[in-house]
Each structure stands twice: as C-alpha cells, then as structure tokens.
Design a protein around this ligand. Structure first.
Ligand SMILES: [Zn+2]
Length: 263
C-alpha cells in the first residue's frame, strides 16, 4: 500500500516537472521571443549566441532597394563573425525585394517605427520560429535618410550617425532585437560598410558604444569621416573587430545557460 502511494507521488511529480519544462519551451520562450523583448536592441543576445539556445540555425535575411545592393565583402564579413561567435549554422538570403517608391526620402523620429513595421510585413520572409529551429536577423538596405529626434523611441535607438552643418545622417540603426537598417547612400566611403554592419551586429548582441579608435563599436563616425586639412585619410583603417572586452563578453554569452533574463 505504502509503495503504491510513493509510486503515485513519483509519477505525479514527474508529470508536473514535465509540464513545467514543456510550458517553458512551448510558451515562455516563444512568448518572450515574439512579444516581450522583441523590440529591445540586444534583447535576443544570448538566444543568438548561447550554446544552450533552443535555436540552432541563424537565418540572415537582407532585403534592399534598387541601387542599394550590399557589398558582398561586407556580407561575407558579417556571416563570418556570426559563425565565429555563435558557433551556429548561418544561412544567408540576400534579395532586391523593396521597391523604389516604398520608402519616403526622409524619415524623422518615430516614423522609423511605422515605416519598418510596414516594410517588415510586406517583405520579411523568414520570421523566427516559435519552437526553436531558426532564429533570424532581418537587415534592410534603404535609400533614405533617417533623422532621429528627441522622442523617447528615437533617442533610445542605438544609431550610428554623423553630422554636417545642416543635417544629421544615420548610417545604420538597430531598431529591434533582431532588425537592422543600413542607410547605404549615407556611407561616404565604400570601406565603411563592413564596419557599420559589424557595429550594428554588435548592438544586436547587446554591445555598447566605445571611444576606442580601433574598435568597431566606436560611435564617433567623425573618427573615420572627417579629414583634417592637408591630410589624406587612410581608408584601409576602418575597424572591423570588437574590442578585447567585447570579445570576452561574446564568448561568455556563448557559454551562458541564461538564455532568458528572468532565469
Ligand atoms: Zn551604435
């Protein structure tokens, strides 16, 4: 009699634990990925990088407007860095998907949010899976100018910018946990594209800005862009590497079992 009661308790405990595990995998993680943190740059850092992440393939979808085709060298460098730090299988899809007339010539402040929502609904082919499988990174190359303002949304976006006498130009922005824009027309030198792309990837992985001249997370575009009088800039010197501290952080994220912040 005592033995069968014990058996019943063991069975019920097992079923309860199984239900908890299943609800974590099938409800908590998908809910987190799709709603709670999806709008926060860096929110998916360990889902991309941790070896304990339920996602085992990273799909990178790049959609561009006519004339804004990404530099294959920059795309190859992006893929290499993602493979290096995530140790996951990376699949690239690059498409000229977005039409000339789908994007306004100037986007200001919060309009970035409505514009990107509309463009993602129309063109994004690879959303992140609900139950593991693939996590995706969505990159748009747009022929427009974004001028952030002081609104809370715009000022919280980690944008990479430079300033002329009349305007602020954004060259890249990470506007969600899994989404980047490259404003290709604002890149004054071809060699900066790899730097900007890897910089925004750093934001996706939760890295902050630095002021080190050889760090790809340096946010002072003028370091690369402004040319002192009588000096030719050395355009081979754009940084394409993270700092030693950031590399350590990325390696720690790869080992971290904390794939969700509330665990
Ligand atoms: Zn930045």
């Amino acid at each position: 009699m005592g033995e069968s009661v014990l058996k019943t308790i063991v069975v019920y405990t097992f079923v309860l634990l199984l239900a908890l595990a299943l609800s974590t995998v099938f409800i908590v993680i998908p809910a987190y990925v799709h709603h709670i943190e999806s709008h926060v740059p860096g929110g998916f850092d360990s889902l991309y990088l941790s070896k304990y992440s339920p996602y085992n393939t990273i799909v990178v979808e790049v959609d561009y407007q006519p004339g804004m085709e990404p530099d294959p060298k920059a795309i190859a460098a992006l893929q290499e860095k993602i493979e290096l730090y995530s140790q996951k299988h990376v699949v690239m899809h690059v498409n000229q998907d977005i039409g000339y007339d789908e994007v306004p010539i100037l986007i200001s402040g919060n309009e970035l949010f409505t514009t990107t929502t509309r463009l993602q609904q129309a063109h994004r082919d690879y959303p992140t899976g609900w139950l593991g499988g693939n996590i995706t990174l969505y990159i748009m190359y747009l022929d427009t100018v974004w001028q952030p303002d002081n609104s809370e949304y715009a000022s919280n976006m980690p944008a990479y910018q430079y300033r002329t006498t009349s305007m602020i130009y954004s060259v890249g922005v990470t506007y969600a946990a899994d989404s980047i824009i490259i404003f290709k027309d604002a890149l004054t030198q071809e060699n900066t594209e790899t730097t900007i792309l890897l910089h925004e990837l750093g934001h996706v992985w939760g890295l902050d800005h630095s002021n080190k001249p050889d760090d790809v997370m340096n946010s002072e575009f003028n370091v690369y862009n402004s040319v002192p009088l009588n000096h030719e800039p050395d355009f081979n010197q754009f940084p394409t590497n993270y700092s030693a501290e950031d590399k350590l952080r990325l390696a720690q994220l790869h080992e971290s079992p904390n794939i969700l912040p509330f665990f």
